[in-house]
Every structure is written in structure tokens, then in C-alpha cells.
Design a protein around this ligand. Structure first.
Ligand SMILES: CC(=O)SCCNC(=O)CCNC(=O)[C@H](O)C(C)(C)COP(=O)(O)OP(=O)(O)OC[C@H]1O[C@@H](n2cnc3c(N)ncnc32)[C@H](O)[C@@H]1OP(=O)(O)O
Length: 425
């Protein structure tokens, strides 16, 4: 067993931690503009002077000095699908520190305050975020748990396999109201099957379906399609946008972006892709929404016809190791002692006995000898089943103390369906 010292984690300045406080509705115009300034964008749209309906100001944090908003942070109360269940999750957002205040430990103070408060409240064993840069959050125990595919293909060359199951339903273009009416209940029925999905109430659907011209990057407004079985049941939906383009020799160079695609079964998935790939004049079909293990690559006749550029999507942090590990299911039985290194959240640091099986899990403190030694960010990476613990072991990040423990844990932490994250927040 190796006994390497925990990685150096910046200590938070207690005065900075104490100076952070929630923002208010009156302060929102300054708070929102401070965020826009740091992200390098001009604030536009209806939510410049008032917060979006999804905002939770009581969970926000601001550092205000002489009326100047020097730092911002927020948390959304989310519900995340994990292998075999759904788990209340703190969705970390709005993280900015003014260039006037950089590298003085303000972010570290924000992370300290957020994780302490989420831990103390005891209702959210996980925290999650989308990272602006890959180097920011690892030191605080976060790791990418969902990877997105970055799919691109030329529909004039990519062919679906001839042996895919064929739907006897219909794919139809619909308006936004009909799309929403059908998509909301279908997503609600399916979201628990796919780790990485988030619960969406009407505020989050409003947000997801907003289609501001400023956000289209020259593409059309969104088009909406439903797939309906012969008995009228809606079994899938997709939304997409297009951009016209021509080469100097007047050859088509159009683009099509798939914004969303949900299918209840394989024939529906085939029908939706057949529809999307059937667009003439398009030479590049792309999607940033599909997960890195999306079935599409297995559906085409030539796997090289689908190019992928995977990148990290949802980052996860186990706020409370015991409760987080007990909240998911394990496809193969596991009974191991994990020695977890967590320098930033010492309440997690130490030995945990994990007993898991397909119907659930239990995880509690133990003083037995460990079978595996790993960092809390390694547990975050494998938690949704999208990253193999065996790979982290081969990378030198996980230490195997009991022979066979890596193979067992790798199998038990996996999940038959790879995670996806269609909702950046
Ligand atoms: C979930 C989201 O909202 S993602 C959005 C994140 N926000 C942005 O990217 C906006 C632009 N950037 C910023 O606002 C700031 O630079 C932040 C928030 C990234 C960092 O804030 P700071 O207060 O400067 O960070 P802080 O001083 O606490 O730094 C803590 C440690 O992280 C490191 N760090 C900070 N930013 C970065 C970065 N972008 N990449 C790599 N390391 C970083 C620091 O070097 C420091 O490590 P050290 O102690 O070993 O030197």
C-alpha cells in the first residue's frame, strides 16, 4: 500500500470565507453584469436586470467591496440521475472572480463556503458543475464524470446500417407548443434510465427551449420533430438547427446541428437519425449534446464516417462519500474497504466499507485494512459509470492493496448505459 501525502490543496482565508454573502434581487443588475464582464460578454436578453426564474438567490454568494461586486457564485438545487436512482445534487454555477481580485484565494474561499454549507445541510451528497476550464476544479475534488462526444459527420457519406430495426411509426415536424407538450412527459418517463440526466420542472424547460437569436451563431431557429408509434404514442423527439452554405463552385456546404435527441427504443432512434441524415444540402451534421458513448457510431455502416472530439461535460464531487456511494446501485456485488483521500473535505478522508449490489448499496466508516486507495476525485470520475476505475488504476491514480480489488470495483462501478449530460447549467 502506498502512503503518498495528499495533494496540496489551498487553504481558505477565513476572513474571505466570512465576507461572502448571498446577493439580493436589488443587487442583481450589478451581480449579473459582474458575471458577464468576467466571462467577456455583453449582457443581453430579458435576464439582465432580473434573475432568471431558475436562479436561487438564497444559495448565491457575492464578494462586494465598496459596492463593487468582486466575485459571484451560485448553486441550483438539482436532481441527478445516477446508476439505479436519482440524487439531490448541488449544481455549482456563476463562478467568477473579477480580474482585480484574481489569485488571492477568492475562488478557494467560495469552494470552502459552498462545500461546507452543502455538507452541513446534509441533503445533497453530490455537487456538480460544468467547468469553464479544465484546470480549475480538480484540486477541490471535482472530476469529469460525463464526457460528451463532439460528433461530426457528412450526411451525404454516412449511411445507417441496413440491419437496424425499422419503425412503423411516423416522424413529423411540429411547432414548439406540440413539441413541448410531447417532450416533457416523455423525458420525465425516460430520464431516470440514463445517468447524467437532470430533472426539469417548467422553469428548466422554459430555459432549455429558449431560442434567442443572439445564441444561434448564424444558424436558423430550432426545428422540432416528434416520432409517433402507430397507436399515437410519442416515442421520441429531436430538435435541430441549420445553416445554409455554398462553396465558391456553388456546391452545397450546409450545416445541421442536433440540439436534442431522445428515443424510447431502437426503431425510434433509427427513424430520427434517418430523418436528420436525410437533409439535402448538408455537408456537416454535428452535435455537442450527445454523450461520448452515444449509440450513433454503432448505427452507421462505416464507423469512421462519424468523427468524435470528446470533451468533459459534467464534473462531479462527492460531498459526502458514505451517502453518495449508498445512493447508487452496483451491477455486480461488491464488498470492499476504500481508503479515500480528500484533503479539501476532511470529513470524507479515511476508510469506508462499501457493500453494493444490483438493488442498492451501503457505505459506512470502518477501521479494517483497505482493499483500494484512491482520491475522492477518482470516485467522482467513476461514480456515474462513464469512466473505468481500471483505467484510473492503469494511470497510476488508484492503488490496489488486495489482489483483484481493481477488477471487482471496476466491474461494480460500471453501468450498462453510459452517462450523458444534455443540460449545461
Ligand atoms: C462552474 C462555473 O461557473 S465555471 C466558470 C469559472 N469561471 C471562469 O472561468 C471565469 C474566469 N475566471 C475567473 O473568474 C477566476 O480566474 C477563477 C474563478 C477561475 C479563479 O479565481 P481565483 O480567485 O483567482 O482563484 P484562487 O486564487 O482561489 O486560486 C486557487 C488555485 O486555483 C488555481 N487556479 C485558479 N484559476 C485557475 C485556472 N483558470 N486554471 C488553473 N488553475 C487555476 C490558482 O492558481 C490557485 O492555485 P495555487 O494556490 O496553487 O496558485
Amino acid at each position: 500500500m502506498t502512503d503518498a501525502p495528499p495533494p496540496a490543496v489551498p487553504a481558505a482565508d477565513p476572513d474571505l470565507v466570512a465576507a461572502l454573502r448571498p446577493t439580493t434581487a436589488e443587487e442583481w443588475p450589478a451581480f449579473g453584469r459582474a458575471m458577464s464582464r468576467v466571462f467577456g460578454e455583453d449582457p443581453t436578453g430579458p435576464y439582465v436586470d432580473v434573475p432568471r426564474p431558475t436562479a436561487e438567490l438564497d444559495r448565491s454568494l457575492a464578494l462586494v467591496e465598496d459596492g463593487f461586486v468582486a466575485a459571484t457564485a451560485g448553486i441550483y438545487s438539482l436532481e441527478l440521475t445516477v446508476p439505479g436512482g436519482v440524487v439531490p445534487t448541488a449544481g455549482i454555477t456563476w463562478i467568477t472572480v473579477s480580474p482585480t481580485h484574481r489569485r488571492r484565494g477568492v475562488l478557494t474561499a467560495v469552494m470552502r463556503r459552498q462545500l461546507d454549507e452543502v455538507h452541513a445541510a446534509g441533503t445533497e451528497p453530490l455537487a456538480a458543475l460544468w467547468a469553464a476550464e479544465g484546470g480549475i476544479y480538480g484540486r477541490f475534488g471535482y472530476a469529469p464524470a460525463v464526457w460528451r462526444g463532439g460528433v461530426a459527420l457528412d450526411p451525404s457519406r454516412a449511411r445507417l446500417r441496413a440491419d437496424l430495426p425499422v419503425s412503423d411509426g411516423r416522424t413529423t415536424l411540429v411547432d414548439l407548443d406540440d413539441y413541448r407538450a410531447a417532450a416533457v412527459p416523455l423525458y420525465e418517463r425516460l430520464r431516470r434510465e440514463l445517468p447524467g440526466n437532470l430533472a426539469r420542472d417548467s422553469r428548466w424547460w422554459d430555459r432549455k427551449l429558449r431560442d434567442d437569436k443572439d445564441d444561434r451563431d448564424g444558424f436558423t431557429e430550432r426545428r422540432y420533430v416528434l416520432h409517433t408509434a402507430p397507436d399515437g404514442t410519442v416515442t421520441g423527439y429531436a430538435s435541430y438547427r441549420q445553416k445554409e452554405g455554398w462553396s465558391p463552385r456553388y456546391e452545397p456546404e450546409g450545416k445541421l446541428q442536433v440540439v436534442d435527441l431522445v428515443a424510447a427504443d431502437a426503431p425510434t432512434r433509427t427513424a430520427l437519425w434517418r430523418f436528420l441524415l436525410g437533409h439535402d444540402l448538408v455537408r456537416e451534421l454535428s452535435s455537442w449534446t450527445l454523450g461520448s458513448e452515444d449509440p450513433l457510431r454503432a448505427m452507421v455502416a462505416d464507423p469512421r464516417s462519424v468523427a468524435t472530439t470528446p470533451s468533459d461535460a459534467l464534473w462531479l464531487r462527492l460531498v459526502d462519500v458514505g451517502r453518495a456511494l449508498a445512493a447508487r446501485r452496483y451491477p455486480a456485488p461488491i464488498d470492499l474497504v476504500l481508503e479515500v483521500r480528500d484533503a479539501f473535505c476532511p470529513w470524507n478522508d479515511g476508510r469506508w466499507r462499501l457493500t453494493g449490489h444490483p438493488a442498492g448499496g451501503y457505505c459506512g466508516r470502518t477501521d479494517r485494512d483497505p482493499d483500494l486507495v484512491l482520491g475522492v476525485e477518482d470516485l467522482a470520475a467513476v461514480y456515474l459509470g462513464g469512466v473505468s476505475l481500471g483505467t484510473l488504476h492503469r494511470a497510476g491514480r488508484v492503488t490496489e492493496v488486495s489482489p483483484g480489488a481493481v477488477a471487482l470495483a471496476s466491474t461494480s462501478f460500471s453501468w450498462p448505459v453510459a452517462p450523458q449530460s444534455p443540460d449545461p447549467f
